[in-house]
Design a binder for this molecule. Structure first.
Ligand SMILES: Cc1cc2nc3c(=O)[nH]c(=O)nc-3n(C[C@H](O)[C@H](O)[C@H](O)COP(=O)(O)OP(=O)(O)OC[C@H]3O[C@@H](n4cnc5c(N)ncnc54)[C@H](O)[C@@H]3O)c2cc1C
Length: 266
């Protein structure tokens, strides 16, 4: 059994967010991190590895520096890493991104016992489309929003988080699961793990490595092949400071009601 975890390098938006004059993110000037939900997916995979000894493979599509993020995943305990990187892939929207990642995962190989894991959502693109799209392209059953995962033979029981409760689903391998932060607390890299990370295999898939995969269509990848076009992007105006009313007495409540009525909220 192996678990392939798709992880994305994203700008660290907890610090200062730099925006270009045209409204796009100035990625070059920002620190990068592994997308938070993807850390939960990796931790879930490593827990299965701890229990069963299975192999954990991490894969990312991104520029060359994303190799550093893959080394961190290897230091946490992953066994192998793949960096999918080529000029032809640049500017891909979610449709093209999932096509390229599906081809990479297909090339690595998905067998009967295997599981593909993704985060639910990337904190920069924010669409939550890539995981489900990879599943569609690989013809795998998918379970999204996993808050708990239990493996029993070739059946996996997933507790899905919904807005107002949970749904429990049994799915057979091979399958794809998208993970959320409620699933676990990601581990830290160990010192030994950091040393080991540099002797673990990290393979780069360029365009030539994937171009013969049946899932790759040269006309539907990269900026030109992406069906989504961004016509305009902008930073929304900041909200005002708001108004605070102190106290729970009748006069304050009447004042609050008056404000809400004047704003047509009630
Ligand atoms: C026209 C257009 C041009 C774009 N150009 C660029 C660009 O030049 N550079 C850029 O960074 N973005 C670009 N984007 C954004 C890019 O399409 C998305 O960031 C990307 O497709 C992933 O979508 P998402 O971030 O919404 O991921 P989500 O669907 O929210 O991600 C869900 C999960 O899928 C997996 N995943 C997503 N992306 C990757 C990845 N790259 N590698 C591994 N796993 C992944 C992760 O597990 C993640 O948690 C562009 C978008 C459009 C529409």
């Amino acid at each position: 059994m192996k678990i392939i975890v798709s992880i994305k390098q994203v700008p660290d938006t907890s610090g200062k967010v730099a925006v270009n004059p045209d409204g796009t993110l100035n990625r070059a000037s920002m620190q990068t991190i592994t997308n938070p939900d993807d850390m939960n997916a990796l931790e879930a995979a490593l827990k299965v590895k701890d229990a069963t000894g299975c192999k954990v493979i991490v894969v990312t599509m991104g520029p060359a520096p994303a190799a550093g993020m893959l080394r961190e995943a290897l230091a946490m305990g992953a066994d192998e890493a793949y960096l999918v990187s080529a000029r032809e892939f640049g500017g891909s929207d979610t449709y093209a991104t999932s096509q390229i990642l599906a081809a990479a995962i297909n090339t690595i190989g998905v067998e009967k016992d295997d599981v593909v894991m993704c985060g639910r959502q990337a904190i920069d693109g924010d669409t939550a489309q890539v995981g489900p799209q990879i599943a569609e392209k690989l013809h795998l059953p998918q379970v999204t929003y996993a808050a708990d995962i239990q493996k029993d033979g070739d059946t996996i029981t997933v507790k899905r988080m919904l807005e107002d409760g949970y749904m429990t689903i049994k799915v057979q391998t091979p399958c794809l699961i998208t993970c959320i932060k409620e699933l676990n607390e990601p581990r830290y890299m160990s010192v030994g793990g950091v040393f080991e990370a540099y002797s673990k295999p990290l393979t780069t898939f360029d365009y030539n490595s994937l171009k013969d995969d049946p899932l790759i269509d040269a006309t539907t990848i990269g900026l030109k092949g992406s069906p989504t076009n961004i016509f305009k992007s902008f930073t929304p105006p900041q909200k005002g400071a708001g108004q605070m009313l102190e106290g729970a007495d009748k006069a304050t409540c009447e004042k609050l009601a008056g404000i809400l009525v004047s704003k047509h909220i009630i």
